[in-house]
Design a protein around this ligand. Structure first.
Ligand code: CP3
Length: 341
């Protein structure tokens, strides 16, 4: 097993010489080559064309030197497959013209056959695996049902997702049916991704932290748990919830292999709440990548010392921002690679 990838060894909890590193949203707008393709093809064309998705996915592997690739796609391809028209509007972001508002809207949604609706994703996985040629593992992902509901009901990004929350609080039956339909679709989707060769999956609950602890359990975690149960024996599962520190203990006993940590939590507190039951991943403040490079190096060392080098995957606390200089992103990755105790 000596040739097992560092990322997978860390996920297994093996002792490692240094932690592996990748960055959420690493295939993105801070890369000049990404911007060239972005000027030519609209967002969902890039997602739906396996050649483009492959080219974008391997960019940060070849140009930044990360230890894992994450398939270029989006969490919103799942509502698209369920029959919702999702657009990516310039300067607005995700946009749904007719958001979900009622039980009748939920009843109209399908739990699709993922091979019919999302085959382009599986084709992209196959092509990316070939292109990577086992250089680094490939991560597949999906949004947590709650985070997907946020967009389906709110219709666009929001600081509070108040319409999505109000939908859950005033029409709980419709909300739970919607969450279950998203969950069933997501399980089938992630299982297929594993079948096509992804080495691990990450569940992104970007808006989990907008809920109170009790509401998080009811409207988010109960559905994430179903996904973990369905996938944990087939692949490695990483569960990332932004702002969900109050649920760290719950997440750490869920069967997930790893848990994402955002930058508002100290490594020490994350370890205390999870007691080494899971691998931790995170948690560099994405905006800290704008700091002078010597500061980045120093803070990376402190971060790794805080988490400990084992049972740990170095990452940002959320996605990389478009205005990060490539040299700074590379300095972050190199600082992890040069780590010594
Ligand atoms: O991590 C990676 O590099 C893989 C690719 C990836 C994308 N989206 C590509 C993308 C992943 C993992 C996602 C997940 C995603 N998509 C999440 C969860 C993670 C997170 O960051 O919270 C969410 C909430 C979405 C929904 C979404 N898609 C948003 C909010 C946006 C940004 C809109 C904007 O204009 O800023 C997108 C678009 C998107 N998805 C981009 C990328 C590279 C930017 C699109 C572009 O302009 O080219």
């Amino acid at each position: 097993m000596s040739n097992k990838h560092l990322f997978l060894r860390a996920l297994d909890g093996d002792k490692v010489e240094r932690p592996p590193v990748w960055m959420m949203r690493q295939a993105g707008r801070y890369l000049p080559d990404f911007m060239k393709l972005r000027a030519k093809y609209d967002f969902f064309t890039r997602c739906q064309t396996p050649e483009l998705a492959t080219e974008i996915t391997v960019m940060p592997v070849n140009q930044i030197g990360v230890d894992a690739a994450i398939l270029f796609s989006d969490i919103l391809v799942v509502p698209q497959a369920m029959g919702v028209n999702v657009e990516m509007k310039p300067n607005v972001g995700p946009w749904i013209e007719k958001p979900i508002q009622s039980m009748a809207d939920v009843a109209n949604l399908t739990v699709p056959n993922v091979e019919e609706t999302l085959q382009y994703v599986f084709d992209a996985i196959k092509m990316t695996k070939q292109e990577l040629n086992d250089k680094v593992p490939l991560i597949g992902f999906a949004g947590a049902p709650w985070t997907i509901l946020c967009y389906m009901v709110q219709g666009q990004g929001s600081k509070t997702f108040d319409k999505a929350k109000a939908f859950c609080f005033t029409q709980p039956k419709a909300a739970h049916l919607l969450l279950q339909k998203i969950t069933d679709t997501t399980i089938a989707y992630l299982k297929k991704k594993v079948e096509y060769g992804v080495d691990a999956v990450q569940i992104f609950d970007s808006w989990g932290g907008l809920l109170s602890p009790a509401d998080y359990q009811t409207f988010s975690f109960n559905y994430i748990q179903q996904i973990i149960d369905a996938l944990k024996n087939e692949t490695k599962v990483i569960t990332f919830g932004k702002g969900t520190w109050y649920a760290f203990e719950t997440i750490s006993i869920s069967g997930t292999h790893a848990m994402g940590v955002d930058w508002t939590v100290t490594p020490k507190l994350a370890r205390y709440l999870t007691q080494h039951r899971v691998v931790l991943q995170g948690n560099f403040d994405p905006v800290r990548l704008l700091s002078p490079i010597p500061d980045i190096k120093k803070m990376v060392k402190e971060m790794i010392d805080g988490f400990g080098k084992d049972k740990y995957i170095a990452n940002l606390g959320h996605g990389i921002l478009p205005n990060i200089p490539v040299d700074n992103a590379k300095a972050f990755v190199d600082a992890v690679k040069n780590y010594t105790e």
